[in-house]
Design a protein around this ligand. Structure first.
Ligand code: FAD
Length: 274
């Protein structure tokens, strides 16, 4: 089996903390290379990511990587977080620009994720393995697909060691993106981000915002199942496992699962993959 990793978000109350604890315990059985924890832009959830990463390391014995987004943050705040993560023993960071919550004013000192990657390298040398984000179906704010690819390359040139893609359900988009990145001279591993399907209407909303295309036939089939949860789960598991199989057979160097802190949808895919 190729390396797998799991992404969590920071829980904000006791109930969510307990749920993440159960999920982390269940998914640990699949021996992830590492797990990661997202970071809310704009300061409101600054401390949750650090606390969650610490719990994943100390309570679950997992190698946990914090996400760090630079939008809305100052150089001092980011430097303090990096120092804290280094003291926690984190060896890996997912470095992002992030998105400002609507209505929030100040964009911060770093415009793009490439600036954050360069900052981490300048301040901490090779202490952190740095992952960045990339977009096989193109980031929604990019001028165009080729400009987006060049901006991805700039993050690698600034010092990123690897990349995780936005989720997608079209394997061809991933393969073409990887080919084009390689043609530009990008050599780092590009790991597909996999979104198992649990709540289809929520997924449709998410996907519109982040620019991920959901196949029409899948939407139609899901709608036809109505409240038949068993059929929906069966189709979701088969479909996402089929995508993963194709990606792995086509040379994907790993799989990064967006778990949304739920074990079941990810386990349904992993069990099908054996
Ligand atoms: P960038 O690489 O800076 O790119 C953002 C946009 O700017 C793109 O359109 C790019 O083409 C463009 N751009 C880049 N450089 C230039 C330039 N020099 N000139 C002009 N345009 C440029 N969000 C969170 O808030 N918290 C998280 O924890 C989080 N985790 C994520 C994990 C993964 C694996 C992925 C794929 C996304 C994640 N996101 C997260 C979402 C991400 O923050 C958003 O997609 C955000 O809009 C872009 O972040 P980025 O790091 O890709 O930014």
């Amino acid at each position: 089996m190729i390396p797998i990793s799991f992404e969590f978000y920071p829980p904000k109350n006791d109930e969510q903390r307990a749920q993440l604890g159960r999920t982390a315990k269940r998914l640990k059985a699949w021996s992830p290379e590492y797990v990661s924890c997202t970071f809310g832009a704009g300061g409101s959830t600054l401390s949750y990511t650090g606390d969650t990463v610490r719990a994943l390391i100390d309570d679950h014995g997992l190698d946990a990587a914090p996400h760090l987004s630079c939008v809305g943050g100052t150089r001092e705040e980011l430097a303090a977080l990096l120092q804290r993560y280094r003291e926690h023993g984190c060896g890996r960071i997912v470095a992002l620009r992030g998105d400002l919550p609507s209505g929030m004013g100040h964009p911060g000192e770093f415009r793009h994720a490439a600036d954050l990657v360069a900052f981490i390298r300048a301040e901490h040398g090779d202490c952190f393995h740095i992952e960045v984000a990339c977009y096989p179906e193109t980031h929604p704010q990019a001028e165009d697909a080729l400009a987006d690819l060049r901006h991805f390359k700039a993050k690698v040139d600034a010092g990123a060691d690897g990349a995780i893609t936005q989720y997608f359900y079209n394997a061809d988009a991933y393969f073409r993106f990887v080919d084009e990145a390689r043609a530009l001279g990008v050599e780092v591993p590009i790991v597909p981000g996999i979104m198992p399907i649990s709540n289809f209407s929520q997924l449709k909303r998410f996907s519109e915002a982040c620019g991920a295309e959901i196949p029409r036939w899948l939407g139609k089939r899901m709608a036809a199942y109505g409240d038949d949860i068993d059929s929906i789960r069966e189709l979701a598991g088969d479909f996402v496992a089929g995508l993963c199989r194709r990606l792995v057979e086509g040379g994907a160097p790993g799989l990064h699962f967006y778990t949304l802190n739920l074990a079941r949808p990810t386990v349904a895919v992993l069990e099908r993959l054996g």
